[in-house]
Structures are given as structure tokens and as C-alpha cells.
Design a protein around this ligand. Structure first.
Ligand SMILES: Cc1cc2nc3c(=O)[nH]c(=O)nc-3n(C[C@H](O)[C@H](O)[C@H](O)COP(=O)(O)O)c2cc1C
Length: 416
């Protein structure tokens, strides 16, 4: 029986071109046995007639907050309490902004505020609207809220002719996101009980007792992955360089300082791991000599000789029984080339490329990722191996959202 059977879902439809796809989404939900109450904003009614939703749901569509007949029957508070899930698809930039601020100026936003049900938002808008600082801030703020998840948007061609992030996810994807909110019990996720080893943050290579070489990694991406993986029932060990973050609850934290220490800590744990995710920005080099006393400012120039640090990810990927290896490639340029080379040269399964620059990649809360993978499929007959190559862009989103999308891809490719 479908997990959505008899589930009570409010389908909120806002005023965007993608509203026509909501009819298909409604049909899929009904097919799964869900009871769906459609709530349209006034703008949504400019895009699609309520009669379509009424016919598909066999329920009168609600749109007015001040509807006397509805208030006499199932009023807005009753409706808010009735719902097991509120799904907003498409969610416009406008409605997203209102929900972020806690506004309640129409039936849909009032229901969001008055309901304890989980809220699933499927943003859909022009790519420039999605990339606008105001929308970015709103999405970032929403993605931190408990009980609220955001699905999409997808990247691609848009109704206005633009190409970029902002397309509403397809109804099938949204259907499975709905199913997931009801199967959130960790036992049912593909990563349940998987042992995941994650590295995060920078490493510090000491020069003398007061100075060191390091980098701008904040550790936020690795910590977000650790948190999401733990919530999905994985047994997570996080090996972290020095960062200003608290360990997510339920995660085993091992703190280290230098690349060598991180290497040693990884090799203590890695034989137990099913998946190794290397997000740490490990220093490539360290000073050959560590000065015992503070180096004095005597000479006009100072040469510090460096030697190569061990390559943790590459060493793990060389193990005979290597775990699934997911590497990160933070680059300022030539992203795809470097990432593909790293994938092949280091024998990784997935490489996650992300651009770093003045306000991108390091230290910030949002990011965009480009995944490249090389899945090895084994055919039962004859045990023939097939290499499946692929790639996917994950558009700008909070690191927590990206962590969840990345783990979904890992699960889909390797653990389904
Ligand atoms: C033709 C047309 C298409 C639009 N498409 C979108 C869209 O896809 N996403 C969006 O956020 N706003 C879109 N808008 C703007 C919204 O309709 C507008 O912001 C409206 O106030 C949203 O109201 P609501 O959030 O209450 O539904 C569009 C407007 C027009 C005229």
C-alpha cells in the first residue's frame, strides 16, 4: 500500500507558469490514495482554472480566507489542523518571501502559519528571480527551519526563454519528495546503517609556534553532510580540521590539526566505512622544518621550504577494499576539466566540483555543485562490469539542502 494512502495533503498552488504541472501532480497524489485539498492563491487563478483541480480532487478548491460558507464548515484553522502535509507547488518568489516573514495575508500563507504539518516547497520562477539576493536569503532562512523542506528547483529552459535554475521539479520528483516526508523514519532510507566517514574543514600546517599555513575552508559543507547523513540513519564519523562549528548531534567527531593528523585519523576509521566523503580542504604542502621558536623578522626575504602532504583521498581510493569514494574539487577556474581529471586519476566514484572565489565556495552558507560520477555496474550473468558515467548540476542552494541532494544522488547511484 502506498505510504500516501489516506494522507491528508493541502496542495497550495501559486501564480506561476508551472501551475499547469500541478494538475498532473494532483493526479499522481490522488492515484496514491491521498486526500488532497487544493488551495489556490488569487494569482494562481490567472494561470489555471480551479475547475481542473476540482474535477481531479473531487473537492471544491479553496482560495479565499474570508469565505463565509467555508468558515461555517471546515474553516481555515480546521483545515490547517486537518493537514498531514502542506505541499506548495509551484511556490512563487512572492509566496516564499511571505512564508519567510511569517505573513498570513491569504488562505495559503495563513494555513502555513497555522499548521503544524510539515511544509514542502517546490520553488518555480525565472532564473533571475531565483538568483536574486532577496530570494537567496529567503530560501536560506527557510532551509534552516525544522519541518520545512525545499524540493528543487531544476535547471533548464524556462517559459520566458531563459535558461538556468528555476524550473519547478517534475511532478514525479515532487511525488517522491512527498512520499519521503512520510517515510522519514531512518530505517527506510537507503543510507540507514551505512557507515559514512567524512572529512571537513581546513588543515593547519605550523611554521613556528605562532604562525601557520591554512586555507579559508569553514567546514560548513562537510558538517551539513554529516548532519543530513546522521538524520538518514547513517553511522557517521566526522574528522574535522579546526572550525568554528558544533558537531551535529549523533555524529562521532574526531578533531585534528594537520594534514598528516587527518590522514592518520582517516586510516584509523576507513576500513570500517562504506562511504568516504572528503570535503576537507587539506593543505597540499607543509613546511619541511617546524621552527621551535618564533621566526624573527631579520632578513628582507624569508624562504620556507615546503614538502608535499599525503593525498588522503587518493590513498583511500587505492585501498583494495575501498569504500565508495566521494571527493570534492574546489577550483577557481577550469572547473569541469580539473574535476574530471581528479575523478579518473584518483579512481573516485563521484567528484563534486564547486567554484571558489571571493564570495563563493568557502565560508559562505550557499553554494552550487556540479557532480560527475563513474558508477560501476555489475551484471549478474557473467559478472560483466559496465562503467556508467554521468553528471548533474545542483543549483545554488544552502549547504544543508545541497548535502541532502548529494546524499540522494549517492543513494540513487549506489545503494538502491
Ligand atoms: C506571465 C507571468 C508568469 C509568472 N510566473 C512566475 C513564476 O513562475 N514564478 C514566480 O515566482 N512568479 C511569477 N510571476 C509573478 C507572480 O504571479 C506574482 O509575483 C504574484 O504576485 C504571485 O502571487 P502568489 O504568490 O500569491 O501566487 C509571473 C507573472 C506573470 C504575469
Amino acid at each position: 500500500m502506498s505510504v500516501l494512502n489516506q494522507k491528508k495533503i493541502i496542495l497550495g498552488v501559486c501564480g506561476g507558469v508551472a501551475a499547469y504541472k500541478s494538475a498532473e501532480l494532483l493526479r499522481l497524489l490522488i492515484k496514491q490514495g491521498a486526500q488532497v485539498q487544493v488551495v489556490m492563491t488569487a494569482s494562481a487563478q490567472q494561470f489555471i482554472r480551479s475547475i481542473t483541480f476540482q474535477a481531479l480532487s473531487t473537492k471544491e478548491v479553496r482560495s479565499s480566507l474570508f469565505d463565509l460558507s467555508a468558515e461555517a464548515g471546515m474553516g481555515h484553522i480546521e483545515l490547517a489542523q486537518w493537514a498531514d502535509l502542506i505541499l506548495i507547488a509551484p511556490a512563487t518568489a512572492n509566496t516564499i518571501a511571505k512564508i519567510t516573514c511569517g505573513m498570513a495575508d491569504n488562505l495559503l500563507t495563513t494555513l502555513c502559519l497555522a499548521s503544524k504539518a510539515p511544509l514542502l516547497i517546490a520553488p518555480a520562477m525565472n532564473q533571475q528571480m531565483w538568483l536574486n539576493e532577496a530570494t537567496k536569503n529567503n530560501i536560506n532562512s527557510l532551509s534552516q527551519r525544522d519541518g520545512l523542506s525545499i524540493c528543487g528547483p531544476a535547471i533548464g529552459e524556462q517559459a520566458c526563454g531563459d535558461n538556468g535554475p528555476g524550473r519547478m521539479e517534475e511532478p514525479e520528483v515532487l511525488l517522491s519528495a512527498c512520499q519521503k516526508t512520510f517515510t522519514n523514519q531512518a530505517e527506510q532510507t537507503p543510507l540507514y546503517n551505512k557507515r559514512i566517514l567524512i572529512t571537513a574543514g581546513p588543515t593547519i600546517e605550523d611554521i613556528d609556534p605562532v604562525r601557520y599555513l591554512s586555507n579559508r575552508s569553514s567546514g560548513k559543507m562537510g558538517y551539513a553532510i554529516a548532519q543530513v547523513a546522521q538524520k538518514q540513519g547513517a553511522k557517521v564519523t566526522l574528522i574535522s580540521g579546526p572550525v568554528a562549528l558544533n558537531a551535529p548531534s549523533g555524529v562521532d567527531l574526531v578533531t585534528v590539526r594537520s594534514a598528516q593528523e587527518m590522514h592518520d585519523a582517516v586510516f584509523e576509521e576507513v576500513t570500517q566505512a562504506d562511504i568516504f566523503i572528503a570535503t576537507a580542504a587539506v593543505a597540499d604542502y607543509r613546511p619541511i622544518k617546524l621552527a621551535q621558536k618564533k621566526i624573527k623578522k631579520n632578513a628582507d626575504t624569508l624562504i620556507i621550504e615546503l614538502q608535499k602532504n599525503p593525498d588522503i583521498l587518493s590513498d583511500v581510493a587505492k585501498l583494495e577494499n575501498k569504500p565508495l569514494c566521494v571527493g570534492f574539487a574546489a577550483e577557481t577556474d577550469n572547473l569541469e576539466n580539473y574535476a574530471r581529471n581528479k575523478l579518473n586519476n584518483k579512481n573516485l566514484d563521484i567528484i563534486v566540483a564547486n567554484k571558489v572565489g571571493a564570495d563563493q565556495g568557502f565560508e559562505v552558507d550557499n553554494n552550487e555543485l556540479h557532480l560527475f560520477w563513474k558508477a560501476q555496474l555489475w551484471h549478474k550473468e557473467g559478472h560483466k562490469k559496465e562503467i556508467l558515467q554521468g553528471q548533474k548540476k545542483l543549483p545554488l542552494a544552502s549547504k544543508k539542502q545541497l548535502a541532502s541532494q548529494l546524499l540522494n544522488e549517492v543513494a540513487l547511484l549506489y545503494f538502491n
